[in-house]
Design a protein around this ligand. Structure first.
Ligand SMILES: NC(=O)C1=CN([C@@H]2O[C@H](COP(=O)(O)OP(=O)(O)OC[C@H]3O[C@@H](n4cnc5c(N)ncnc54)[C@H](OP(=O)(O)O)[C@@H]3O)[C@@H](O)[C@H]2O)C=CC1
Ligand SMILES: O=C(O)C1=N[C@H](C(=O)O)C[C@H](O)C1
Length: 245
């Protein structure tokens, strides 16, 4: 019999942590050995730590993981390009450790990001609109951040200049925020879970790519996929794309 992967979940009392604990417990090849939240001490008695906490807390946790040889699957948002570089530097001192940082574990959202990156070179205009539940503490969302990074990179590779659309505002914030040159808008409303539209425009046409998560269960197959993959995947993996067939 192959041995089980021992998993700890940090942020276990939160919306995502609760779901992750249930999903790990229900998987026959995984063993939930620690459900941790604010104030709980980390102890290196698991193979993989799953983190659904806050952008403020997550980097200290990753430092701990790297120094204790524990792999990490990170769903927590806030991973700017600079922060991803910081994770790469951390991992340089621990070549056996794997970290998966996935801005969104829903397969549909991964595809939405990939399709957006593919479309980016063909449209001069682009706007990212993310919509979330009213308790979400960060804006823009990690998914919007990653989508904008991918679009900016695809535009740069294709030799497109800056998005040419007007940015003048009579009131601050009317044109959203700027992520690597891509306008990003954040909406919060009761009734929403996690949703995003990417609107592209060219002469005479638009293309809208939209994804909706109506239930946090949509994230769980991706979380389990990442937990199983990270133990044999040293270094940094960004997004679920490289783990999908
Ligand atoms: N990648 C993905 O697919 C998804 C990512 N997310 C991201 O996951 C993160 C969590 O989201 P969500 O579950 O909705 O948020 P919640 O606020 O519901 O949960 C966060 C949990 O983390 C705890 N926490 C905060 N700081 C620490 C700390 N220093 N150490 C240990 N635990 C801590 C909180 O405790 P307390 O409440 O007591 O402060 C809370 O229990 C966010 O960044 C969100 O954007 C969310 C959905 C999907
Ligand atoms: O806080 C959330 O809910 C979500 N957070 C992630 C993000 O910031 O992109 C993923 C998903 O959008 C849900």
């Amino acid at each position: 019999m192959t041995s089980q992967i021992r998993v700890g979940v940090l942020g276990a009392r939160g919306r995502m942590g609760t779901e992750a604990c249930q999903a790990v417990s229900a998987a026959s090849d995984l063993s939930l050995v620690a459900s941790l939240d604010v104030g709980d001490a980390l102890a290196p008695d698991f193979d993989v730590l799953v983190d659904f906490t806050t952008p403020d807390a997550v980097m200290d946790t990753l430092r701990w993981c790297v120094s204790h040889g524990v792999h990490a699957v990170v769903g927590t948002s806030g991973f700017t390009t600079e922060r991803l570089d910081e994770v790469r530097s951390l991992l340089a001192s621990a070549p056996g450790v794997g970290i998966v940082v996935a801005p969104n574990f829903a397969v549909g959202a991964v595809l939405m990001m990939e399709f957006s990156a593919r479309a980016a070179r063909y449209f001069e205009s682009v706007e990212v609109v993310e919509m979330h539940h009213p308790q979400k503490i960060d804006a823009p969302s990690g998914t919007a951040l990653r989508t904008a990074q991918l679009i900016a990179s695809a535009r740069a590779s294709a030799g497109l200049g800056p998005v040419p659309d007007a940015t003048t505002e009579e009131m601050a914030g009317a044109r959203g925020t700027d992520v690597e040159g891509i306008p990003v808008h954040s909406l919060r409303a009761r009734g929403l879970v996690a949703h995003q539209e990417v609107l592209f425009g060219a002469a005479g046409e638009t293309l809208t790519i939209r994804h909706d998560s109506f239930d946090r269960k949509s994230f769980m197959p991706g979380v389990l996929l990442a937990v199983r993959a990270v133990v044999t995947r040293p270094g940094l993996t960004v997004g679920l794309g490289p783990l999908l067939d």
